[in-house]
Design a protein around this ligand. Structure first.
Ligand SMILES: [Zn+2]
Length: 202
C-alpha cells in the first residue's frame, strides 16, 4: 500500500480486507466505490453498521441472532422439532433449500475431535438439552458437518439426550465426508435432509 494514502483510507482498506473472500485488492476497489458514493453508500452503511453493532446480539438460548430489545422467538414459540447446526451460515443454507421450516439451534462450533472430549468449550449444548426437555421436543435433527469434529459433536449430543424421550436423526450420508453444510449445493442438502436417519442410541 502506498504511504501517500490518508490514514483513514488505509484503516478502512485494512478492515475490509479482513472480510471473508476479500483481499487487499478487492478491499481497495470497495473503498474507492464507497468514497465515490458518499451519500448513497457511506452514509447509510455507517448508520446501518452502528445500528447492528448496538442492537443485534446472540441469543444465549438458541444461538441465533436477535434484537437486543426483544425476546428471541425460541422463547415464545412452542415447537416439536429442533435442527442443530454449527453456525448461522449452515442454518441459512438449510433454510434456502425450503425443506425445513422449524426451529434451529446454533451451537457456535464443534467439539474438538480428540483432546478434551466432552468439554463443551462454550458451545450451546446445555441450553439445547434444556430446550428439548422444556418443549417436549419430538425430533432433534443433527445437521453438523460430516467432519470428525462434526461427528464427535453429534455423538456427544445424542449421548447427552439419552434420557430425554426424543427421536434423534442425522442427515443422510449424501453429505460428503468432511462436507461443511454451508457449502453444499441445495440439491445435495435437500436430499440429505429429507433422507435423514435415526441415530442409534445405545
Ligand atoms: Zn433464541
Amino acid at each position: 500500500m502506498s504511504d501517500k494514502n490518508v490514514k483513514e483510507i488505509e484503516d478502512l482498506i485494512k478492515i475490509i480486507s479482513k472480510l471473508p473472500g476479500l483481499g487487499p485488492k478487492s478491499a481497495k476497489r470497495i473503498v474507492l466505490k464507497l468514497i465515490k458514493n458518499r451519500e448513497e453508500l457511506i452514509k447509510p452503511l455507517a448508520k446501518t453498521l452502528a445500528q447492528v453493532y448496538k442492537n443485534i446480539v446472540r441469543c444465549n438460548n438458541c444461538g441465533n441472532l436477535k434484537s437486543a430489545n426483544s425476546n428471541c422467538i425460541c422463547l415464545s414459540n412452542k415447537y416439536e422439532q429442533i435442527c442443530v447446526v454449527e453456525n448461522i451460515a449452515d442454518m441459512w443454507a438449510i433454510e434456502s433449500t425450503g425443506i425445513y421450516k422449524g426451529q434451529y439451534h446454533i451451537l457456535g462450533g464443534t467439539l474438538p475431535s480428540f483432546e478434551n472430549q466432552g468439554v463443551e468449550n462454550g458451545l450451546l449444548i446445555d441450553s439445547l438439552i434444556k430446550r428439548v426437555k422444556k418443549n417436549s421436543v419430538k425430533e432433534v435433527i443433527l445437521a453438523t458437518s460430516a467432519s470428525i469434529e462434526g461427528e464427535t459433536t453429534s455423538h456427544y449430543i445424542s449421548d447427552s439426550l439419552k434420557d430425554a424421550k426424543v427421536q434423534i436423526t442425522r442427515l443422510a450420508k449424501g453429505v460428503p465426508v468432511g462436507g461443511e453444510i454451508e457449502f453444499l449445493d441445495d440439491g445435495t442438502l435437500f436430499s440429505a435432509f429429507k433422507n435423514r436417519k435415526p441415530v442409534a442410541n445405545s
